[in-house]
Design a binder for this molecule. Sequence first.
Ligand SMILES: *[C@@H]1O[C@H](CO)[C@@H](O)[C@H](O)[C@H]1NC(C)=O
Ligand SMILES: *[C@@H]1O[C@H](CO)[C@@H](O)[C@H](O)[C@H]1NC(C)=O
Ligand SMILES: *[C@@H]1O[C@H](CO)[C@@H](O)[C@H](O)[C@H]1NC(C)=O
Ligand SMILES: *[C@@H]1O[C@H](CO)[C@@H](O)[C@H](O)[C@H]1NC(C)=O
Length: 420
Amino acid sequence: MSKRTHSTHILGIVVIFFSSYILGIYSAARATSQLGFSTMHNESWTLNDTLLDSLEHELVAGAGSGVARNNSRNPRWFPFYTIGRFSNDICRGNNLLMGTCAIRGECTDNNGVAAGSCSTITSQAVCCIYQRTCGASTNFNNTYFYNSNYPAPYSGGGRCTIVVTPPDSSICQLRIDFLALSLAPPSGDGFCSTDALTITGGASQVPTICGENSGQHVYVDFNGESPISITVVTSGGYTFNRQWQFQIRMMGCTSATLAPAGCLQYHMTPSGNIASFNYVSAASSALNSIGVQGTRQLANMRYGICIRKATGMCSITYGQVGSDAYSFTMTNDVGAVDPALLATSAVQSQDCTTDYLIIPAPVQAGVNMPSDRFCGLGLVSTTTTAKPFVVFAVTDANEELDISNRGFYLSYSQAACPVL
Ligand SMILES: *[C@@H]1O[C@H](CO)[C@@H](O)[C@H](O)[C@H]1NC(C)=O
Ligand SMILES: *[C@@H]1O[C@H](CO)[C@@H](O)[C@H](O)[C@H]1NC(C)=O
Ligand SMILES: *[C@@H]1O[C@H](CO)[C@@H](O)[C@H](O)[C@H]1NC(C)=O
Ligand SMILES: *[C@@H]1O[C@H](CO)[C@@H](O)[C@H](O)[C@H]1NC(C)=O
């Protein structure tokens, strides 16, 4: 063998070695970014970006032939696929949205948007943001779902759906954050008869909601590996500037931030606010079926709002958001009482059978309350040590006498255990 042939062979072997290396990383990145966990990344990268660029270019071209397009999550063909130069971690893009760190070509292939770099080693690692609108399906963590033309509003009617499929059985739950959600208001009777958001296919039932819900969120458990559909139905006949943008997060079954099963909402901060759907401190402009000013509260709600007990905390105290006298108006006629009495014990009731909150084992001003139900037009500061921390929100199907109600908007704070 001549010296020249010999070195050509070696060069060939080196080229094949690095090609498989990168193909391996590429397919591993594809596989793991769908799973949402990271590849091993404890080896420093030695190729520079120029070389990587050209190889990546070939890879993307090769992807069309089906070589790298294979979505198998266990790409055994490439012996080096576990050695990567970065992991498919969650990242925050330069547009402030959450994404997954991925190779640029992979991001493009998956219709992602590259929002800046996520690695100091190579510019080929981009924070890939998945944004989808009507008719999409996804199995990517942190997919954003929005109305067509978002951020411009959508004034028309129709049905806009995204189908979310868990990539595998390690995903148990979805958290859907309504970064923006503005739909036509409910009828004066609290029904979402014009526009409605429905979430179906999960293990738990999600109530139909409408109106103003920016900043709210819901959790839905997956039913095995069945998909969950998120659908916004709008009525074109009603002129309204609809807008929505959701962040859809997949929660691993062993995640520390998994909501307890069955909680529709889950708050993880030691203090914060909770509010009913469509809560705004303004009266409904709609009349109800008996011709009087309607309610903002949505009818037929039965759900739990769970709050994570912070370390060392023993009790939780709920109170109306002080700046807002209407922040607990769940039953009776708001217009019939002296506004100065709103939010006071004078208009708080425990005799509740239609719309109410349940706070287990409630204590007010050191006194155990006779019932765990609260309704009426006021809720004074209420503390409980019953755990887990859950408030149940209940409304029935008849809001006729709940004239001009807004719902509830409460603050909560946890307190430390007493020192014995
Ligand atoms: C999905 O992304 C969120 C961050 O938005 C993260 O907390 C969560 O763990 C991720 N899920 C998985 C399965 O990696
Ligand atoms: C890489 O591996 C070494 C030895 O196994 C370990 O000490 C180090 O913490 C690892 N670094 C990272 C970033 O995982
Ligand atoms: C990368 O490698 C190429 C070819 O070996 C070389 O010409 C170029 O200067 C290198 N770039 C950097 C940034 O090191
Ligand atoms: C990907 O490759 C695996 C393993 O060879 C094979 O079983 C699977 O059918 C392929 N999938 C596609 C979409 O080509």
